[in-house]
Design a protein around this ligand. Sequence first.
Ligand code: SF4
Length: 362
Amino acid sequence: MKYVDEFRDPALARQLLHRIKQRSQRPIRLMEFCGGHTHAIMRYGLRSLLPPTVDLRSGPGCPVCVTANADLDRAIALARVPGLILTTFGDMVRVPGSRESLQDAKAGGADVRLVYSTLDALKIARENLDRPVVFLGVGFETTAPTVAAAILQAQAEGLDNFSVLSLHKLTPPATRAILDSGEIALHGIIGPGHVTTIIGAGAWAFLPEEYNLPVAVAGFEPLDILRAVADLVDMIEAGSPAVSNSYARSVSRQGNPTAMEVMDRAFQTGAAEWRGLGAVPASGLSIRPELVRFDAAHLYRVDPGPTKEHKGCRCGDVLRGTVTPPECPLFGKACTPIRPIGPCMVSAEGACAAYYQFGQEE
Ligand code: SF4
């Protein structure tokens, strides 16, 4: 465990906190895009260790949370197609849609199966050649390449009973949408580590160039995040925004061209609906027309019924960073991880779940 310990060293953490306290002169608000960062920040109590000048807000970086209710309802309606097997990662199953969750649909007889990877979904398709098998594709640039590879694999094998309902989303356009809305004043962005491993740190250059905002790409250990905050404070105080990469052990400037190429072979970009952000141009990945026989959105016309939002749930506001989870009146009362009302309390990357699990700090 020596390697991990190096990124949790209390002495180094104290040094970084000292540097942040010395340098941070004026109040700033930083957004950690990624839900994984929110969980690490809450788990290690970093919010309370930072000086009062530094406010951290969580962002839309939880793929399960940003999946719009209408899309979730469509997936649930799909699961109810007779004979169809819907495969999905675990987090999606408990998210309440307008009327029910995938878990409820499963309890009602739908064949919903949890998988740990797209390889499992392909295996289920091979074992059930007489039944349609749909994989629910939810995730950012981190997950999309593996789903793209599964589509290409199904094509190579002629596995025509396999298809994907692609709800994949891209992170830079969502960041733009938040900044363009002008709804929240931000002074810097903690860039998502895993996503940036794929898209490369260079993909965030638009933040300093077009928005005059610094970005620090971070890993998920406490020292990674403190280093990113220290870099952001330095850049803000110096008035010289740039892209800093405090996750160099995983992230390069150009990213992973192989993964990007695979993604590009299976998907094309288009507008996507985000919970909290609405329709965001060029932020979604749909399956290319030449692979339409693997596109569940085209293969199955289902009627999910009217979409309803969860009354009182402020998940959309949490995802835009305009409120923190404890500001939701339902937080920890009507809404808990056992009885979640919105996806932000369900997902392992959800901000409400992180605040509930590790303390509110508000
Ligand atoms: Fe929604 Fe629950 Fe979070 Fe409130 S605490 S915003 S109801 S998920």
